[in-house]
Unconditional design. Structure first.
Length: 263
């Protein structure tokens, strides 16, 4: 008898939960979307995406949101649409019980601005995604310019493809620049010191620093990390003693050598 009472009690609780959930689900489905709140995360350094931009994207999608029943709003479709924008890395949407739609957006953060040999410009992020210039915001990142040619149309390409990063690839110069930019971006010393990468007519790399009036001739792409390690040691031991404006040029083109030209 006692066992029967326990079974009856648990059955009643289960039935109550099913009915309660059904009621809550129906109430939620009938709820009207009364407000859209947009939050752009990680927007202190870059402001490529604003709340207004996200709202404009909703208008472009031509999907009614405000005033529509929550059950009729496909938030997964909208998320995918937002994430298809080159400046959006991730989008997440959810409703609260009061019918408010919350949209959280992570924007892409560029690490280098490319100015190609035709003067066209765009950004690349860590993953090589191509980010178009923003109409009102410029990101203060490393700049790469000079003899940079692409074998694709930047405005119609989403991501730079660098399978091997060697001279057999058509976009090897751009891929090399992206690799160097990623390295510089992850090194606090070089991130604060190097302002620009320049590709000369020989296809060699030159670096323009923020501090010191000298030109750094890096030379070929191969071995650039070791060259920069040697240069950092020279900065710490040499330039700190004689002064950062003593040299006109610092040449790293030759293995394990630093050749300086005085002013």
């Amino acid at each position: 008898m006692k066992r029967f009472k326990h079974i009856a009690l648990w059955s009643s609780l289960a039935l109550y939960l099913v009915l309660a959930l059904s009621f809550v689900g129906k109430k939620r489905a009938d709820t009207i979307c009364s407000k859209v709140k947009v939050t752009v995360l990680d927007s202190l350094d870059d402001q490529f995406v604003t709340s207004k931009d996200v709202r404009n994207y909703l208008y472009e999608l031509d999907r009614k949101v405000l005033g529509e029943q929550v059950a009729n709003i496909n938030i997964r479709e909208i998320e995918h649409y937002l994430e298809d924008k080159p400046i959006v890395q991730r989008a997440e949407m959810y409703f609260t019980g009061d019918g408010h739609l919350h949209i959280e957006v992570d924007q892409r953060n560029p690490i280098v601005r490319i100015i190609n040999d035709k003067g066209r410009s765009y950004y690349l992020d860590q993953a090589g995604v191509i980010i178009p210039l923003h109409r009102s915001h410029a990101s203060h990142v490393l700049v790469a310019s000079g003899e940079i040619k692409e074998f694709f149309e930047p405005a119609r390409t989403r991501q730079l493809k660098c399978p091997h990063q060697n001279e057999g690839e058509k976009n090897y110069t751009l891929c090399q620049i992206h690799d160097m930019a990623r390295f510089i971006h992850t090194q606090p010393f070089w991130r604060s010191q190097i302002e620009q990468i320049y590709v000369n007519k020989k296809g060699e790399y030159e670096l323009i620093p923020r501090v010191g009036g000298h030109l750094i001739k890096l030379g070929a792409y191969s071995g650039y990390r070791e060259k920069l390690r040697n240069l950092k040691a020279f900065y710490m031991k040499g330039l700190n003693n004689v002064g950062w404006n003593q040299y006109l040029e610092i040449n790293l083109k030759y293995d394990s050598q630093i050749i300086c030209t005085k002013r």
